[in-house]
Design a protein around this ligand. Structure first.
Ligand SMILES: Nc1ncnc2c1ncn2[C@@H]1O[C@H](COP(=O)(O)OP(=O)(O)OP(=O)(O)O)[C@@H](O)[C@H]1O
Length: 343
């Protein structure tokens, strides 16, 4: 089972530039979480802080109970082995074949024989749909394949925590959905704790169990997906609907006068820039039929039941509805894959 990641009051600045402050959240073991936020709000900085590549000046980050902001370098080195990270561009070595790229962490961090390495690499290449491309260089394949190769490499050390930085960058919507499905299927198979950083609204609506959002140097909220997806917070609504009107500006946050001016323009008939207002909650993506049932999803159901009374009323209703829908569709999930593929 994946391990829990917990931050307590973390604050990060570069020189005099405060990136975010007082961020406290828990990524529950084996659940899939997403962190949203406008560009430049420090989502990548947050990911890098979780693996100890950047050190916040205040607060604690507990990985499996160990505070990586105060632990020894040796402990941090061991903790890092729990992580698999998929960077935005796949971060592959351009002069190495896909096989060698995926084998790299095994050759660096383990004493496995070449035949063991071959077996693991081919297994991960198969999982990510890359069999046949193992001899290609990163420059010879598409962006989507590079992402999948980056994911294959992130998986070779059997990570218990997978961090994914903008899985959709450079991918079309269909490839983004395939990659999202792959992440959910991997979660079903290995029960790793997953954090996805994204600004893709569709992905945020359909993939994670939990969602958080960074804005104005704060974590606006973090919790079960239904809380953010039913939220009336102007910044959340603006973000989820991709609108110009709202507190998020082009390069910086807007002040009250600017927002009032824009609202007056909309009231006078000016288009707000978003598509149709999206209301309600889209069903969550499920593991492909035939995959194991996601244990994280089952644990989450229990966990959310316990905190249900503490959540806003709209979120409570949405969660109750999703539990009912879940009970109906579980019957389908239990069909053998061969039976389902006929329909
Ligand atoms: N090593 C660094 N030194 C100084 N400033 C940095 C460093 N890394 C990031 N920053 C600054 O931190 C801020 C947040 O950057 P970050 O890349 O985390 O944002 P983001 O939310 O991931 O943005 P995007 O969605 O556009 O990728 C930016 O202003 C960036 O310039």
């Amino acid at each position: 089972m994946g391990v829990e990641v917990r931050t307590e009051g973390v604050t990060k600045s570069f020189g005099s530039q405060r990136i975010w402050q007082d961020v406290s959240l828990t990524l529950p073991s084996g659940e899939v979480s997403a962190l949203l936020g406008p560009s430049g709000t420090g989502k990548s900085v947050f990911l890098k802080s979780l693996i100890g590549l950047l050190r916040p000046e205040r607060g604690s980050i507990y990985i499996d109970g160990v505070d990586i902001t105060t632990c020894s370098n040796k402990q941090l080195y061991d903790i890092r082995k729990l992580f698999g990270v998929l960077f935005q561009d796949g971060a592959l070595f351009g002069s190495m074949t896909l096989f060698d790229n995926v084998a790299f962490p095994l050759r660096e961090h383990t004493k496995k024989s070449e035949s063991e390495i071959r077996q693991i690499v081919m297994e991960k290449l198969e999982l990510t749909g890359l069999i046949g491309a193992e001899g290609k260089l990163p420059g010879e394949i598409s962006g989507g394949m590079r992402k999948r190769a980056g994911l294959a490499r992130a998986l070779v050390l059997d990570p218990q925590i997978i961090l994914v930085d903008e899985p959709d960058s450079g991918l079309d919507p269909v490839r983004t959905s395939y990659l999202s499905q792959l992440l959910i299927d991997i979660n079903a198979q290995i029960d790793a704790t997953i954090l996805i950083v994204t600004h893709n609204i569709n992905l945020a609506r359909t993939v994670p169990d939990n969602i958080g959002m960074l804005f104005r140097r704060q974590l606006v909220m973090f919790g079960p997906r239904e809380v953010l997806l039913t939220s009336d917070e102007p910044v959340v609504k603006q973000f989820l609907n991709g609108r110009i009107i709202g507190p998020i500006g082009m390069s910086e946050e807007k002040d009250e006068t600017q927002m009032a001016r824009e609202q007056a323009m909309v009231d006078a008939g000016h288009h707000h820039g978003g598509a149709e207002e999206v209301e309600g909650i889209a069903p969550q993506m499920r593991a492909t039929p035939g995959m194991p049932v996601r244990q994280g999803m089952l644990r989450r159901r229990q966990r959310v039941q316990e905190i249900l009374h503490t959540l806003p009323p709209n979120a409570q209703t949405a969660i109750r509805n999703s539990f009912e829908d879940g009970e109906r569709t579980e019957v389908i999930d239990q069909y053998p894959a061969t039976a389902q593929s006929r329909y």
